[in-house]
Each structure stands twice: as structure tokens, then as C-alpha cells.
Design a protein around this ligand. Structure first.
Ligand SMILES: [Zn+2]
Length: 268
């Protein structure tokens, strides 16, 4: 066997075993995000106390935003800013501080920064509503650029409130780490069977993709469902905060790229 081929095979074997050992835990990854925190102290507290490494999205300007952010931080849970953006439906209830299409780039940026300033422990941002604004690059670009300029280590989670959202790709274009929501758990929060079905879809996506992000809300039905079902789900799936999921995804795609580069140079 020529030496270069032998060395190449050795390299591939080593790479495979190092990837295998770094991924010894083969459970699919689940990230659970609870949105819309800040209006109810009691439901917010219950959501934050759910067992596991979950992520909590807090609406700036709400009565309990800071209190709940501090509680989450004390319990070592990840906190993100739940950024209010204009929805397509003009009748939809809107936050008074929502960014909207009447604002100039400077106003979008200044208003965004004052919301980022409000909650000091945030690790990233996701959108609240925003089915209108997330469709347009001329709104998304200055917003993503401002987040990146504020803290280059922040990530953006596209809540995908519109199938036409370009928030994920605009975040990536601005150099932010980014990921998209896979499943909403409780659009029909008064119907426990619907929550159950959405939860199963989330697990199915994670089995297929290796990971999946679900967004739920602080409704008593959702919290009760999660309190009952998270413990047994943890045996077969690993719960990680969104920042850890993004890091893991990045590392495994880098490892796959390196492996590809090394095996394709074997013929030399
Ligand atoms: Zn929301």
C-alpha cells in the first residue's frame, strides 16, 4: 500500500472516531423556547421553572420583563429579547414599542438598541409577531446590522410568523448566527390534543433532522402539558438552549466539511 494512501486511511479513521467520540450522546437535540414573557408573573415563573435547559423570550417594556429575566438568569436559563415587530394583519394586537414600516432606518436602529439595553442578560433575539416586517430586506437588513453592531455574539432566532419571512437569511447576511423555529406548540392553546399533536411533530422533526426548535407560550395548558411530558422526553432527547444548539450545529457541519475535504484529497 502506498504510504500516502495508508496515511490518508489512518486520517479518515481518526477523524471518524474523533467525531464519534465527540458525539457519544446520540440523542436528537431539542430546543424549547417560551415566548411572550413579561405580562404574567405567575405563568412566567412557572414556565421558567420547567425542568431543563430552555430559552426564555421576554417582551421589553412589559411589567415583569426585568423580574422574569433576573429569575431566569438566576436559574441559569437562557434569556433572549422577544423583539416586537409589525404584523401583516392591521387588526392584530400590537405592542406599543413594536418596530413598524413608518420608521426610518435610524429610528428602527435607535428603538431596537433601547430595547436591547433593557435586559442586560440576553444572548440573542427572536421576533414577536412581525409577519409584515420580516418579509422585507429593507426593514430586516438595518435591524440585523444593528443587532450585530450591538453585540456580534448575539444570535437571531426567526420565529417564522410568516412563510415569506427572510429574517433568517438576512441575519446570516449580517454575520449573525441564526436558526429558524420548526414548530409552534400551542397556536390552539385551549385544545390539549392540539398541543400533544404539535409536540409529537416536534419530536418527529428532531428524529429526522437531528435537532428541532419549538416555540410555546406561557398559557396554563401549555405549561401543564410540558410539566407532565418533559421528564419522560428527556430520556430519548437532549434539551439544549438555542445558543448551544446553534454551536453544536456549526461544529458538526464543520466536522463534516473537514471530513469531506480530507477524504476527497485521498486520490493525490
Ligand atoms: Zn410573541
Amino acid at each position: 500500500m502506498p504510504y500516502s494512501l495508508f496515511a490518508g486511511l489512518l486520517l479518515v479513521t481518526t477523524l471518524y472516531s474523533s467525531i464519534a467520540s465527540s458525539n457519544a450522546d446520540q440523542r436528537p437535540l431539542l430546543s424549547l423556547v417560551i415566548d411572550d414573557l413579561g405580562y404574567s408573573l405567575q405563568l412566567g415563573r412557572e414556565a421558567i421553572k420547567l425542568k431543563g435547559d430552555h430559552t426564555y423570550a421576554i417582551i421589553p417594556g412589559t411589567s415583569y420583563a426585568k423580574k422574569l429575566a433576573r429569575l431566569a438568569d438566576t436559574l441559569q436559563k437562557e434569556v433572549i429579547l422577544h423583539l416586537p415587530l409589525q404584523a401583516s394583519n392591521p387588526g392584530a394586537p400590537s405592542e406599543p414599542n413594536a418596530l413598524d414600516e413608518t420608521m426610518t432606518e435610524n429610528q428602527l436602529s435607535n428603538n431596537l438598541v433601547s430595547m436591547l439595553d433593557e435586559i442586560s442578560m440576553i444572548k440573542g433575539v427572536n421576533n414577536h409577531m412581525g409577519s409584515h416586517l420580516t418579509q422585507f430586506d429593507y426593514f430586516m437588513r438595518p435591524i440585523m446590522d444593528s443587532i450585530k453592531a450591538y453585540n456580534p455574539n448575539f444570535y437571531f432566532l426567526d420565529s417564522r410568523t410568516s412563510p415569506k419571512s427572510i429574517a433568517y437569511s438576512e441575519a446570516v447576511n449580517s454575520g449573525l448566527s441564526s436558526i429558524s423555529r420548526d414548530v409552534f406548540l400551542d397556536n390552539e392553546y385551549e385544545n390539549p390534543e392540539s398541543i400533544h399533536l404539535q409536540f409529537q411533530i416536534w419530536l418527529q422533526k428532531a428524529r429526522k433532522q437531528g435537532h428541532a426548535v419549538a416555540i410555546g407560550h406561557p398559557h396554563s395548558t401549555t405549561i401543564a402539558y410540558l410539566q407532565e411530558n418533559l421528564p419522560e422526553t428527556m430520556a430519548k432527547f437532549r434539551f439544549v438552549s438555542v445558543s448551544k444548539l446553534i454551536k453544536q450545529k456549526f461544529e458538526s457541519s464543520r466536522a463534516a466539511e473537514n471530513l469531506h475535504a480530507d477524504t476527497s484529497s485521498l486520490g493525490d
